[in-house]
Design a protein around this ligand. Structure first.
Ligand code: PLP
Length: 345
């Protein structure tokens, strides 16, 4: 197999830049299980402040951040509501059932957005036949929907509903900063509606490892215990946290370039016979490409692109997902469009 030169499979493939590696090299460290790693402490403080929360906790992965949040917010036998295409329901190995003994109630959304009335009717009544609905989760931006932004007006409605019913809200904000940069709505405004928020540093922000979960001091105290139980309490993890701090300083504003590249890719592809893109759903750094060609489906087109050194994953047999990121340049976008032209001509 040819090596991948233009890697549009995911924004997780980004590699630490020389500047980021230097920050890691220079990081002051200590034993974080004793709360003595100054770099981890600084990262947690910075994220808490960015999101307007009391406290924050550095964890090994986005999955760990979501799973620790679910565990901290629920009791066994309860029910949690989420959108049916979300990461927590599809890509976390049934972790909510495994770790937290809760049942997930998925709601089919549109572009990752759940209808507020459907959420309302999915909330269980308070009687012995039903598990208590204790948590509702939102994903923003939404991965499987193609990096779409959850409208803040919908989040506001959801927050009012949850408050009035005594239900907690968790934001899987793996790509929250993409939504911040695309909308100009600050991170603390988005986060303000939620009891807990997780943010990934190993996606578009370009760090090699790590996520941060934030919320009230009491919530973080609980989350810290579960992080330990899940095997995620780390020692001199300031080496990793330094990369995340570097990302906060250098890699947020530049997400706008990824969004621009995604738009230009979508525009270029929209002029090619055999594929279709929905321009209006390109909110951030992803493009969903529907394959409508007599000779290709998404899998065989993905294989053909790979022959030309382009990595792009099929979502199913009808559509491919392209993700722009730190390691994708604007000329590579045009090269990709040209390769599509060549293959599909
Ligand atoms: C990537 C991602 C995560 C975390 O995944 P990890 O592989 O554990 O880092 C969580 N939520 C969403 C929406 C994601 O895209």
């Amino acid at each position: 197999m040819n090596p991948i030169v233009i890697d549009l499979r995911s924004d997780t493939v980004t590699k630490p830049t020389p500047g980021m590696r230097m920050a890691m090299f220079r990081a002051e460290v200590g034993d974080d299980v004793y709360d003595e790693d100054p770099t981890v402490n600084e990262l947690q403080k910075r994220v808490a402040s960015l999101l307007g929360k009391e406290d924050a906790l550095f964890v090994a992965s986005g999955t760990m951040s979501n799973q620790v949040a679910i565990k901290s917010h629920t009791q066994p036998g309860q029910e949690i509501i989420c959108e049916s295409e979300c990461h927590i329901f599809n890509y976390e190995a049934s972790g909510a059932a495994f770790h937290s003994l809760v049942q997930i109630r998925p709601i089919k959304g549109r572009a990752g957005v759940m209808d507020i009335d459907e959420i309302k009717s999915a909330i269980r009544p308070d009687n012995i036949h039903a598990g208590k609905t204790s948590l509702i989760m939102v994903e923003n931006t939404h991965n499987r929907a193609g990096g779409t932004i959850y409208p803040i007006s919908e989040i506001e409605k959801l927050s009012e509903l949850a408050k009035s019913r005594g239900i907690l809200l968790h934001l899987d904000g793996a790509r929250l900063m993409n939504a911040v940069v695309a909308t100009g709505i600050p991170a603390n405004k988005w986060a303000g509606y939620f009891d807990s928020v997780s943010v990934c540093f190993s996606k578009g922000l370009g760090a090699p490892v790590g996520s941060v979960i934030s919320g009230s001091a009491e919530f973080i105290q609980k989350a810290k215990r579960y992080r330990k139980i899940f095997g995620g309490a780390m020692r001199q993890s300031g080496i990793l946290a330094a990369a995340c701090i570097y990302a906060l300083d250098h890699h947020i504003d530049r997400l706008a370039e990824d969004h621009q590249n995604a738009k230009e890719l979508a525009l270029g592809l929209s002029q090619i016979q055999g594929v279709r893109v929905e321009m209006e759903s390109v909110d951030t750094n992803m493009v969903m490409i529907y394959v409508r060609h007599p000779k290709f489906n998404a899998e065989s087109l993905s294989a053909a692109l790979r022959e030309h050194g382009i990595g792009m994953n099929p979502v199913n047999s009808e559509k491919l997902r392209a993700v722009t990121h730190l390691d994708i340049t604007n000329p590579q976008i045009y090269e990709t469009v040209n390769v599509f032209k060549q293959i599909l001509k």
